[in-house]
Design a protein around this ligand. Sequence first.
Ligand code: AMO
Length: 439
Amino acid sequence: MDLFSLEDWRRTHFTNQLTQELKDERVILMGFVGNVRDLGGLKFFTLHDREGFVQITAPRSKVCEHVFQKIDKLTPQSSVAVKGKVVIAKQAPRGIEVIPEELKVLNEAITPLPLDPTGRIKSNLDTRLDARLLDLRHPRQKAIFKMKHEVTKKIREFLTKRGFIEVQTPKIVATATESGAALFPVTYFEKEAFLSQSPQLYKEVLTGCLDRVFEIGPIFRAEEHDTPRHLNETTSVDIEAAFVTQDDVMKILEDMIVEVFSHVKTTCSHELGVLGRDLEIPQKPFTRISYDEVLKKLDSVGMKIPWGEDIPTPAERTLGELMGGAFFITDWPTTIKPFYIEPKEDAPHLCQAFDLMYGGLELASGGTRIHREELLVKRLKEKGLKPESFESHLKNFRYGMPPHAGFGLGLDRLMMVLTGLNNIREVVLFPRDRRRLFP
Ligand code: AMO
């Protein structure tokens, strides 16, 4: 087999860094083989790396015979290293190509491949996810995850500027926090434990010492549903701040969303182009609509939702069509929302919680939290939960827990909106759903 090790070869450039100014310079490129073409005395192949591709052109008269012969045997998607000279070529994209002096085949890819990473032959999402490595070599998929990197980078920068400290909280936990969502049990020595549904209780407690915290991390939901907007493992951006209320964190969320959209629009214009997405930046302030008004709006188009029930997905979609863009739903019935949400003082059947919607998709939820133990215990009981099971959390409220508020934003849902893709699996590298545990 004609395989080589890297030895002292190191990449000098990504393909997008090759410019006409590098004419006649020797470069080392590393990447994957795309199309191979043979015109007799002239052979070509495209070399693809994370940032793009370049044509490697081998005229028999200008390259060593062993390099020329090796091109014949290249299989698509094999990893290769090329040492060669940059030349001006008017007909080539960006007006340059590389004449190879040496070619190393580092690892040969099998033929046939389970999918065509150039995307010319279309594959369904399941086939793509089964061969995700190949799928992720496609420019469209690379665009999604480069954009996701920009999004998390911007969120970190935004929250840091606003005085938030990034934290990491346990993902193996003893109790549920999100009453509606099911739990994944895990074997934890001789104890019963679960995968965390949300950093909720930890982020709240941390406001009592670190004042403002955020976490970008995994949350686990054991729901059976199999929809384009739910996964069993997803990433959430959680924030929590001391001495503030839901209005303050709604403003933070609104500012963060607008800054993220603007950042993506300016730094990811190439990626947006690849995805064919024309991104509209939402205008502040986002519309606020109460739960009661939502029911009235839905009723006016023939969708009756009994007061006190959550808004089902088809109704969310209709509401999205009626409202358009980003909007908050406020003044939720206390019974729908989790035990930690503060009921309204003047109308305790309603609570200080909000959801952020974008069209028909829920992006985030949050609110003002209860910070007094007595009320928290009452709410736990009303929810049919045992305060004893929450003792290690409740005791913190005896140590002067400050009033606090926060939200949890679904990062993968936000990516659906930014990319314009309607299946959450597209924006997660290795999605976990009811049927998928591999790769
Ligand atoms: P909630 O359960 O509403 O709130 O979750 C917050 C946000 O996370 C996203 N999300 C999901 N995304 C994909 N698949 C799922 N299965 C899934 N579940 C949730 C949604 C949702 O709006 N502790 C609270 C947040 C808070 O009050 O701070 C919580 O977890 O975008």
